[in-house]
Design a protein around this ligand. Structure first.
Ligand SMILES: [Zn+2]
Length: 513
């Protein structure tokens, strides 16, 4: 069954994207030999590195969807996705970032719009984000915009009509924050430490638009994630100054062009960088994609263990949930005690490296599997992380169990006891990140419900459906909502084609109406 998209998806003409990619590449010398990011050392874990696809080759794989009446289409081709072209200069040791961002924004719905709302996550930090200019195309100043917290409102003098594409150019500067937890907030990877600089949620981004709710922008919260990412295409040029011998981890693979590194990424939720002079780089091919590990030198033993788990999980989940669609996945050792997923890259908490005991019965291993699963549940199938966080977190926690059952079945009972049952999770799982205000330890209750109770729900569902039908269901759900933003309603809509939901008499234990 082909479900109705939850968020408006327009008909597709990717020729425009192709042209853009080609223009950038022609301008940047794409014939040069592709290289991986500059690195001080590369450890090939298993076999020799395969030739990497250049963005040109990737671009040539883009499918162009023919329309039934091609001849009748207007000459101007409308991109399906939001497209970002971002030119970045990072002054590494002064922690300054200079950015020129161009956004091509297809009209997102069927009715005329009077304003564009963008999200500016770095403006959630004090004195970090400074706008220098916002123009339509290159040079027509945008009048009357306002930046309030993370919301950038751009009024439109004329109604913006369906079928029209807007082009915005934004110049801005980031004075990166020292990366340490802000009072009252959970940790974020954004900013710099002595040996690591992370650009995550660092640029003004376009949120999804939904007919009955408008632009979907939520408020930052003390824990959990609040951003909702439509799939977008990225072309990014990164130039590093004042920082020799830096190693760059990113959401895709670099093509070096003199002093710049060029990246492309298609159907990505976001694009992130993690940069350090101290990374050791691990690398292995996995079904045509490249897995990288970026690890600080003293941590090579736990680093290889987390990297191997990433490779194994990537292989397993490709079979279980469907193919991995991005060119690379990077596991980056965080220089802080927090893990976080992004498109094509995740941070693994430093604390888990410190605690690693050489056994698979370790959070380093289970969380590596968890973060890898986010490439499907967050990356490929996105969700509203603020309002329905269970849709990615319960799947990723349950994916940890799948990992143990497949690679270390004798440790599955350890996983249940340590990861889940020890915390005695209870209660309904379909709650937003803002719904835990009644508890003294809000984060703990959120984690127990969303992650742990969520994993129990999926395990119970597997028992009800049987292993084979459960696998068919999960794969169908992943493929049907690929590159979209799924909702709980979508999840149950697909599930209802596999069983009568009323037969799940235990369901109210896990879900509220
Ligand atoms: Zn997670």
């Amino acid at each position: 069954m082909r479900p109705k998209p939850s968020f408006t998806q327009k008909s597709v003409y990717l020729l425009g994207i192709l042209t853009l990619v080609q223009v950038l590449l022609i301008g940047c010398g794409s014939e040069k030999t592709p290289t991986i990011p500059t690195s001080t050392s590369i450890i090939v874990v298993n076999g020799s590195p395969q030739t990497q696809l250049t963005p040109t080759e990737r671009a040539s794989q883009i499918t162009v969807s023919p329309t039934p009446d091609d001849e009748e289409q207007p000459a101007e081709l409308i991109p399906e996705n939001i497209q970002y072209q971002i030119f970045v200069i990072l002054d590494y040791y002064n922690h300054q970032v200079f950015v020129e961002e161009k956004v091509l924004l297809p009209h997102p719905t069927q009715v005329p719009l009077r304003e564009i709302l963008m999200v500016v996550p770095p403006n959630d930090w004090l004195n970090v984000f400074t706008i220098q200019s916002i123009n339509w195309q290159e040079d027509i100043p945008v009048e009357g915009y306002s930046l309030d917290g993370v919301r950038l409102t751009i009024p439109l003098e004329q109604p913006w009509l369906p079928g029209e594409v807007k082009e915005l150019s934004i110049k801005y500067k980031l004075a990166l924050p020292n990366l340490k937890p802000r009072p009252g907030y959970g940790p974020s990877p954004f900013g710099y430490t002595e040996r690591q600089t992370n650009l995550v949620d660092w640029y003004p981004m376009v949120p999804p638009y939904q007919d009955d709710r408008g632009w979907i922008v939520h408020d930052p919260w003390i824990f959990g994630e609040y951003l909702v990412y439509p799939a977008a295409n990225f072309q990014i040029s990164l130039e590093l100054i004042n920082g020799p011998d830096l190693v760059v981890a990113a959401s895709s693979i670099a093509v070096k062009d003199e002093n710049r590194q060029l990246y492309t990424l298609e159907q990505g939720r976001n694009f992130v960088f993690s940069i350090s002079p101290d990374y050791q780089v691990l690398e292995q091919e996995v079904n045509g994609a490249t897995a990288y590990g970026y690890v600080f030198t003293p941590y090579l033993i736990p680093g290889k263990a987390a990297f191997n788990t990433t490779v194994e999980a990537l292989t397993l989940f490709s079979k279980y949930f469907g193919p991995y669609n991005q060119p690379s996945l990077s596991m980056v050792q965080a220089d802080f005690d927090h893990g976080m997923e992004y498109e094509g890259l995740y941070f693994q908490s430093r604390g888990f490296f410190d605690l690693y005991n050489g056994s698979e019965q370790s959070y380093l291993i289970s969380i590596a599997a968890h973060e890898t699963a986010h490439q499907w549940w967050y990356g490929q199938v996105a969700n509203d992380q603020a309002l329905e966080p269970w849709l990615d977190e319960s799947f990723c926690t349950f994916s940890e169990l799948l990992y143990y059952e497949n690679f270390y079945p004798d440790s599955a009972s350890w996983w249940w006891a340590t990861r889940v049952n020890y915390y005695q999770p209870y209660g309904v799982i379909n709650r937003s990140i803002y719904d835990f205000g009644e508890f003294t330890d809000q984060y703990l209750e959120y984690r127990n419900a969303t992650y742990l109770q969520g994993a129990k729900f999926l395990d119970k569902l597997r028992s009800s459906l049987g292993e084979d039908r459960f696998r068919l269901f999960i794969k169908e759900y992943a493929i049907d909502y690929s590159n979209q933003i799924s909702t709980g309603e979508d999840f149950f809509s697909t599930l209802s084609t596999y069983l009568d939901l009323d037969s799940l008499t235990w369901l109210p234990e896990y879900f509220k109406e």
